[in-house]
Design a protein around this ligand. Structure first.
Ligand code: 8YV
Length: 337
């Protein structure tokens, strides 16, 4: 039987490419070029599956140009780069990589939150500029993390992993807001208290964003929300750009309406709002919360597992739209040569 062809849209571990090559004809992207929509649609011609990352947008236009496409496997837990409804309507299975990056991303979110609270980036820049000439009692005084109130917006897997770190490791009080409340047996071990969004903003000493991006969460934190926060509070975003109104955040930081922020994700990244680059009280990292060697490998392997199982008649471990599998519509699609 003729082997299916898949596109691996970005550079990835050679071992993962080798695994995929055992099952498929693989078109790789060793130069790691970012394909805009027309280029992506063209590259997908004749492909039964695609291994994607957050940089590839899979929408109705791309899908309609490629009716033979059966699976899109994202190497990311977030999948706002997919129009899932458009995939489902066309019988295309979409998959993501949950769980394997939860603890790694929570580690990084916690580190960023601590870096903002204790002014690590700001003080390092000061030292590198050669401005450190003496100790003084109020030099780079920040706010405590231990014993403070940790506010979490979005209490999914990563939110709960952050809450565990805060409550069990640092004696923090945990408050959270989410679309749905946790079960009492999930709240109890971390002493998490469900509050409405306004109370979360008002009470948190350190607010961390871990909610998925969607039209509903666009600018969930803008000028009005920042105005509710304590002037001593910090804001950390390890979720997605666009959840925070970056221009409004730069103003709030400059005017010291909140103490500090830490961002791993940005609206329109890899571009960064120029005002964020000039405010001192911020920690900026280039979307690396899941970036440990082990976790990136687990993510790539899980995306590959999804692609391999979906196209060889197995059970994909982490489907986003499993209804496509249940309805048996994936099998109906015949790859176009
Ligand atoms: C990825 C992420 O590095 O998993 C996610 O949702 O944001 C990151 O872990 C990025 O999206 C690359 O696909």
């Amino acid at each position: 039987m003729k082997r299916a062809t898949v596109l691996v849209a970005r550079a990835v571990f050679p071992e993962v490419l080798a695994r995929l090559s055992q099952h498929f004809e693989v078109e790789a992207n060793p130069d790691d070029t970012i394909f805009g929509k027309p280029a992506l649609a063209a590259r997908l011609a004749g492909k039964a599956g695609a291994f994607t990352t957050g940089s590839e947008r899979i929408d109705a236009e791309v899908l309609d140009a490629n009716p033979q496409l059966r699976v899109v496997a994202n190497m990311a837990v977030g999948y706002n780069n997919f129009d899932v409804a458009a995939c489902t309507a066309r019988g295309v299975l979409a998959t993501n990589t949950p769980d394997v990056l939860t603890e790694t991303t929570a580690d990084f979110g916690f580190a960023l939150m601590m870096a903002a609270a204790r002014r690590m980036a700001e003080s390092e820049h000061f030292l590198r500029r050669g401005e450190w000439t003496k100790w003084s009692y109020d030099m780079f005084t920040g706010s405590d993390v231990h014993g403070a109130t940790l506010g979490i917006l979005g209490m999914g897997r990563i939110g709960q992993a952050l809450a565990r770190r805060g409550a069990l490791g640092f004696g923090m009080k945990v408050i959270y807001h989410n679309r749905s409340r946790l079960a009492p047996e999930q709240e109890a071990p971390i002493g998490a208290r469900y509050v409405d969004k306004a109370a979360l903003l008002r009470e948190a000493d350190h607010l961390v964003l871990v909610l998925p991006y969607s039209a509903a969460s666009h600018h969930a934190i803008g000028a009005a929300e920042l105005a509710l926060m304590k002037p001593t509070a910090t804001l950390t975003n390890v979720a997605r750009g666009g959840i925070v109104d970056d221009a409004a955040l730069a103003v709030a930081l400059r005017e010291r309406r909140i103490a500090a922020a830490a961002l791993d994700v940005f609206e329109g990244e890899p571009k960064v709002h120029p005002d964020l680059l000039t405010v001192p009280n911020i920690v900026l990292t280039p979307h690396i919360a899941s970036a440990t060697v082990a976790t990136r490998r687990r993510m790539a392997d899980l995306a590959a597992d999804n692609l391999i199982t979906a196209l060889t008649g197995g059970r994909p471990p982490t489907p986003i739209n499993p209804e496509v599998l249940r309805e048996g519509r994936l099998a109906e699609k015949t790859p176009r040569a």
